[in-house]
Design a protein around this ligand. Structure first.
Ligand SMILES: [Zn+2]
Length: 279
């Protein structure tokens, strides 16, 4: 089943990547002259490494957790209810891990995803392998303690990857429909805010599937990307794939090691979206 998920994810990525070259919502690097080929190359290498750790570490670890659960999920519950419950619970865990990755030393790894200065489908799996492992392993205590069944985990995986590809797409899509959808689901405009380079925007809109978590935990940011926004982080340019893999282990970090500095200032839905320089 995991192989099916991987094949579907890669297939969706290839189709969306092609569509983005035809109808991008925001300009993308197009070739060797502006770093487009180099970026696609490093994003692809990281994606291959992420898929490798998924199959070598995360899939066996999840099967182990399912086989050694504390108690058995009530099998008389309808499969649909089991699937929805598992998706909601694991999505909440993802929210917690993602937020922690922004305001603790985990940022050393998670910054690799955010150093991408462009935003498209190839950003989806541009993740440090350690970040991928830790995020996946964060599911295990919950799977173990709640006895989440394999059917639920399969349903979560089947939803998570397509939604992750979807919200990293840079496609021209109907704005009104996306606005309505973002009341429930993480959409590209919603997640682009999370990839804007200022700490205030980066440390907001953490949700992966359901946007309700940002509203419940006060990290919802209504600002939306315009032509002047810059993707990435405000303290560094992007690096080679080797530089990205080594970055978390560098003795000195360019960002402040005081995690309080990376905590988001209070944002409220009443806040006026920030103005961004256009040059
Ligand atoms: Zn993030």
């Amino acid at each position: 089943m995991e192989v099916v998920h991987a094949v579907v994810t890669i297939g969706v990525l290839v189709v969306v990547f092609g569509a983005e070259r035809v109808s991008a919502a925001f300009p993308l690097p197009t070739g060797a002259n502006d770093g487009g080929l180099a970026r696609w190359g490093r994003n692809t290498i990281l994606a291959v490494l992420v898929l490798t750790v998924t199959f070598v570490v995360l899939v066996p670890a999840k099967h182990w957790a399912v086989e050694h659960q504390l108690w058995e999920w009530p099998h008389r519950l309808p499969v649909g209810l089991t699937a929805v419950a598992t998706i909601v619970v694991l999505d909440l865990v993802d929210y917690g891990y993602h937020r922690a990755a922004h305001v603790t030393a985990l940022w050393r790894f998670h910054q690799v995803h955010h150093l991408d200065e462009a935003y498209d489908s190839t950003t989806t799996l541009r993740i440090h392998p350690v970040d991928m492992c830790l995020g996946g392993l964060a599911h295990l205590p919950v799977v173990f303690l709640l006895g989440l069944p394999i059917e639920g985990i399969v349903a979560y995986t089947a939803v998570f990857f397509p939604v992750a590809v979807f919200h990293h797409t840079n496609l021209r899509l109907p704005a009104r429909g996306l606005r309505a959808l973002s009341t429930v689901l993480v959409t590209p405009p919603y997640h682009m805010t999370h990839h804007e380079q200022s700490v205030a925007d980066t440390n907001s809109n953490y949700a992966s599937i359901l946007t309700v978590w940002d509203r419940v935990f006060g990290s919802d940011n209504p600002a939306r990307r315009d032509a002047g926004w810059r993707m990435g982080v405000d303290y560094s340019r992007d690096r080679s794939w080797r530089g990205l893999l080594a970055l978390p282990f560098a003795r000195t970090q360019q960002y402040s090691t005081d995690v309080r500095d990376r905590q988001r200032p209070n944002l409220s839905t009443a806040e006026v979206p920030r103005k961004h320089p256009t040059t």
